[in-house]
Design a protein around this ligand. Structure first.
Ligand SMILES: Cc1cc2nc3c(=O)[nH]c(=O)nc-3n(C[C@H](O)[C@H](O)[C@H](O)COP(=O)(O)O)c2cc1C
Length: 362
């Protein structure tokens, strides 16, 4: 395998006062040790069991998370004695540590679902979503980022869920605030800790920002002074091992969380882990290896959902693997039409050829 120079080499210099390996220590979330302190973010529509399994096989993520799960829907299914939501695919059996994220605005509903996850499913962490800006969750269901306006309500939710889940740790994921004029993450952080949460993750944008602009890591850093003991996990725009190392060097965070950059690059966590250890960073897998990875991802989906639905679902994931690569548009157009395994295999074989020199599949 090719190796590029280590980040410790690349980043040596006056602007990087703290050295790489010494400063980065495992993160503690209640009784759980997260090592390395790099978390795979929850992403609705993406971080299902298949994605998590692929990330796990490459290694390097200290804690993985599910997609956010609608607590009301889960509770309703429990009452009706229906099967658990699709989004809990794999959760009972897969290796730990694993965090499951839930959303709603009702303390009792969240506590019921949190307790089920903690005690019946044995998950490692129950995370509560206070950051989702999507209208259906925020304005319509008055949940996710909507709740940032109501720290008292957040406190009631967290206290209740912490009690229901004990001894499983409960964490919170927030944005900086609802709008640029309503940034209140420091106040919210104090409330989150006082209510018994075991860690706080902050995406350095407001709900109004959605994904516009750049994540404001200075604002994330300010929160540090408002937490007494629980870890602060920074999130936003980390897209390379260098960016993660720089985040740890420049900002007083205990951990980091990576979301979009890992889509189609499930090996990123392994690269980040090497960088944090000051070791040579493994090169990206060859195109042929990436094709294998995609086919493995596809197999996992087909095993669960069958060939027809699995193929349709895989179209979206396949595009993430091609993202940013030459010929990506053509790949997307072709993959959008595949409807069975042989068509899928054919497009992958053509576009991710075994000959690594033929990188441009336009
Ligand atoms: C497609 C997609 C789905 C997401 N779903 C969730 C979710 O279910 N729960 C959550 O807390 N954040 C969710 N997020 C936000 C990410 O977890 C993360 O906070 C955000 O993308 C910023 O990190 P990044 O710059 O590394 O992508 C989602 C983001 C994307 C792009």
């Amino acid at each position: 395998m090719n190796c590029t120079p280590t980040l410790a080499d690349c980043l040596r210099g006056p602007s990087f006062a703290r050295s790489v390996p010494e400063q980065i220590v495992p993160l503690r979330i209640g009784p759980l040790i997260v090592d390395p302190p790099v978390l795979q973010a929850p992403m609705a529509g993406f971080t299902n069991f298949a994605f998590r399994q692929i990330v796990r096989e490459y290694g390097g993520a200290g804690l993985q998370a599910t997609e956010m799960i609608c607590a009301k829907g889960f509770a309703w299914r429990d009452r009706e004695r229906q099967e658990v939501p699709d989004r809990l695919w794999g959760v009972r059996e897969e290796p730990r540590p694993l965090a499951v994220q839930i959303w709603d605005n009702d303390p009792e509903t969240l506590a019921h679902v949190g307790a089920r996850l903690a005690h019946d499913f044995g998950v490692s962490v129950v995370d509560i979503n206070f950051g989702c800006p999507v209208r259906q969750v925020s304005e319509k269901a008055q949940s996710g980022s909507y709740l940032l306006r109501y720290p008292d309500r957040m406190a009631a939710i967290i206290e209740r869920v912490v009690r229901a889940c004990a001894p499983t740790p409960v964490t919170a994921k927030i944005r900086l605030g609802c709008t640029r004029n309503q940034i209140n993450a420091c106040e919210v952080a104090r409330v989150v800790e006082a209510s018994g949460a075991a860690a706080l993750t902050v995406h350095g944008r407001t709900a109004q920002d959605y994904f516009q602009g750049t994540a404001d890591w200075d604002r994330i850093a300010e929160i540090r002074h408002h937490l007494r003991a629980i870890p602060l996990i920074g999130n936003g725009d980390l897209d390379s091992p260098a960016a993660v190392v720089a985040a740890f060097q420049r900002y007083p965070v205990d951990g980091v969380m990576i979301a979009r950059a890992s889509l189609g690059r499930p090996w990123l966590f392994r690269q980040v882990q090497a960088a944090l250890r000051g070791e040579p960073i493994p090169a990206d897998p060859s195109l042929a290896e990436q094709a294998e990875c995609m086919l493995r991802h596809y197999d996992l989906l087909v095993q669960r959902f069958g060939a027809e639905r699995g193929t349709v679902l895989m179209r979206k994931y396949a595009c993430t693997y091609a993202q940013g690569r030459p010929g990506c548009r053509k790949f997307r157009a072709r993959i959008a039409t595949v409807s069975n395994a042989s068509e899928f295999h054919e497009v992958v074989r053509e576009c991710f050829p075994r000959d690594d020199h033929a990188v441009d599949f336009a």
